[in-house]
Design a protein around this ligand. Structure first.
Ligand code: SF4
Length: 276
């Protein structure tokens, strides 16, 4: 398990005018969690931002560890070569918003709650300096995303279904702009399992984009398998030996061979030939 850091554990100044400060049901603020990279000038390749903590997160003080949050963590683990390293998890609102009439029911944060807490997550973005941000669900999208071309905030009435599929920017107070995409919240995916494939494609593309393997998120339509680590090359060779017939054609993009300079599992020298 990669080492993790909690950023800015307690917010105080931002809470003064926030309705959630007075909520009886908030036990803990849930700060951003990051599994840092070393020596790259940034703490994470990909940063996930969702809307707010749920019941389990409220009780434990950790983001994305409730039943549905685990779905995303497991998916990331699978896509990110079996580790959480280089990944950050946070919410646009740090305290759990609940329905006052039914304390077991989570609700989306209001605009006032989002605006009160936004400064915390933007400060975390500046510290983490991620290559790519994934905004999960509508609250994170309308609270943080701006159109990449016009610079306008996204339409608060638009549905996530219509917002996904292109790239946006997240602007931080120090004037920087971070590339971002909008996709579904993982709680939605747990209710609509038929959308799991689309969700997984979005997350994969975010990782590919953060590593420069695709130049734009909207590049789509080509069924591509990226073989960029030694374990993946081994698994490809195994697959080729067992599954391919004599007439199947395999194209190898050899310009990616520089990825094999180091064994990304052990960190030691690669057993494969390196680029000339
Ligand atoms: S949601 Fe954010 S601003 Fe509001 S009380 Fe919690 S930490 Fe403070």
């Amino acid at each position: 398990m990669a080492e993790k850091f909690v950023l800015s554990p307690l917010a105080k100044k931002t809470c003064e005018h926030c309705p959630l400060k007075r909520s009886r049901f908030v036990r803990k603020q849930v700060p951003t969690e990051v599994y840092p990279l070393r020596g790259k000038g940034r703490m994470a390749d990909v940063m996930f931002i969702a809307e707010a903590p749920g019941r389990v997160e409220n009780e434990t003080g950790r983001p994305f560890i409730g039943g549905t949050g685990k779905i995303l963590r497991q998916l990331v683990h699978r896509i990110n070569d079996g580790t959480q390293r280089g990944v950050a998890y946070g919410n646009i609102v740090r305290c759990r918003p609940v329905d006052e009439d039914d304390v077991f029911k989570d609700r989306p944060p209001t605009k006032r709650e989002r605006d009160s807490c936004k400064r915390n997550i933007l400060r975390d973005v500046m510290k983490i300096n991620p290559s790519y941000i994934v905004l999960l669900g509508k609250s994170a999208a309308v609270g943080l995303a701006y159109d990449r071309v016009t610079g306008e905030p996204v339409d608060p009435k638009a549905k996530v279904f219509n917002l996904r599929g292109k790239e946006y920017i997240v602007k931080t107070p120090d004037g920087r702009e971070f590339p971002a995409i909008i996709t579904f919240h993982f709680a939605f995916i747990s209710r609509m399992p038929n959308m799991a494939g689309v969700f997984e494609e979005d997350i994969r593309r975010a990782f590919f984009r953060s590593r420069g393997l695709i130049s734009d998120y909207s590049e789509r339509g080509k069924p591509t398998v990226v073989v960029d680590t030694v374990p993946r090359v081994r698994s490809l060779l195994k697959h080729m030996a067992t599954k391919l017939g004599p007439d199947d054609v395999v194209a190898l993009a050899l310009h990616r061979l520089r990825w094999l300079d180091r064994d990304q599992t052990t960190g030691g020298p690669s057993p494969w030939p390196t680029c000339p």
